[in-house]
Ligand binder design. Structure first.
Ligand SMILES: Nc1nc2c(c(=O)[nH]1)N[C@@H](CN(C=O)c1ccc(C(=O)N[C@@H](CCC(=O)O)C(=O)O)cc1)CN2
Length: 297
């Protein structure tokens, strides 16, 4: 039976460390979350993020906009938040309503306040091995594995799913941690042959039960990022991952759904917000010589 890599203890450890860093700053880091529309999952995630911020000594503010909000209005709000020195982190909850193109919205966020790590500048920094704000779910997966002392250096890591939220940035983080990385996707031929080669298998597709026991090398570490809402035989809704429950008979370790990667996403957001606030404080304290900074006269 696989060891359970439970999210909450790892998230608590990251949150405790993050709270200590926040307390060392002159002012509490301020995270602003923008939600457009009333998607029930987004309402719940945003509420959870703002609550967690308050619990660990950060300031969390939510801007809840109607789902008819024009893109230009959202861009104007972001411009104001970028210009406000009292705001350290900005996050626009996804998905956005269909009439809003997410790309220009994410690009409008100041990269130094981009606590989701979705701005092309942060994506580029991440892929070129420079310090960057990294997307919360992949960075949270790295923190979860580190918490349970799962080494990835020199290991074969197979990631199934090439999304910009999870698969691609996780590939960059795993490469940075010296793993040998394969990024598999819907066009991958003989997916089972690829996944069976994994020492660490990460699945982020959004298809319940996609990974079955025959697709997993005995003893492998399996990270399930899928959150699928399914109905059981009695018609009751519940959450399940992309990994079939029987994989626990084969894997060496497995993250549960719920209670695995999900809580790490929120904890990592808090860590990213503190990281952004620390960098902004450093930049104010030591402006680059010869460059007119905010405190130049
Ligand atoms: N701007 C962003 N939008 C979205 C992101 C993101 O990182 N940035 N990720 C997801 C949603 N998400 C956070 O926003 C998120 C998803 C899941 C969880 C979580 O704790 N899940 C629980 C189950 C909770 C439930 O009952 O639904 C778990 O897995 O245990 C937290 C955050 C898309 N949008």
């Amino acid at each position: 039976m696989a060891t359970r890599l439970s999210g909450p203890p790892a998230a608590e450890a990251l949150l405790a460390q993050t709270a200590r860093r926040a307390a060392a700053l002159a002012t509490p880091p301020h995270l602003v979350i923008v939600r457009v529309g009333e998607d029930p999952a987004s309402v719940s995630y945003v509420r959870g993020k703002a609550k967690k911020a308050g619990e660990i000594g950060l300031r969390g503010t939510v801007h809840a906009l109607p789902d008819t909000t024009p893109q230009a209005e959202l861009l104007a709000l972001i411009a104001g938040l970028n210009a406000d020195p009292g705001v350290h982190g900005i996050l626009v909850q996804l998905p956005l309503p269909g009439h809003i193109d997410p790309a220009p919205v994410l690009e409008a966020i100041d990269p130094n306040k981009d606590v989701d790590g979705f701005h092309p500048v942060n994506v580029g920094r991440l892929w070129t091995g420079q310090p960057a704000l990294s997307p919360c779910t992949p960075a949270g997966i790295m923190a979860l594995l580190a918490h349970y002392e799962v080494q990835v250096a020199g290991k074969v890591v197979v990631i199934v799913g090439r999304s910009t939220l999870v698969g691609r940035p996780l590939a960059a983080l795993m490469l940075g941690a010296d793993a040998t990385v394969t990024l598999a996707h819907s066009r991958t031929r003989d997916l089972a042959a690829v996944t069976r080669g994994a020492d660490v298998l990460v699945v982020a597709v959004g298809r319940a039960g996609l990974i079955t026991p025959d697709m997993v090398r005995p003893g492998a570490v399996v990270v399930d990022v899928g959150i699928n809402r399914v109905l059981d035989d009695a018609g009751k809704a519940h959450l399940t991952g992309d990994v079939h429950p029987d994989v626990s008979q084969v894997a060496g370790a497995l993250t549960p759904v719920p209670g695995g990667v999900g809580p790490m996403t929120v904890a990592q957001l808090m860590a990213n917000t503190v990281q952004a606030a620390e960098r902004q404080a450093d930049r104010r304290a030591a402006p680059i010589p010869g460059v007119l900074g905010e405190h130049a006269h």
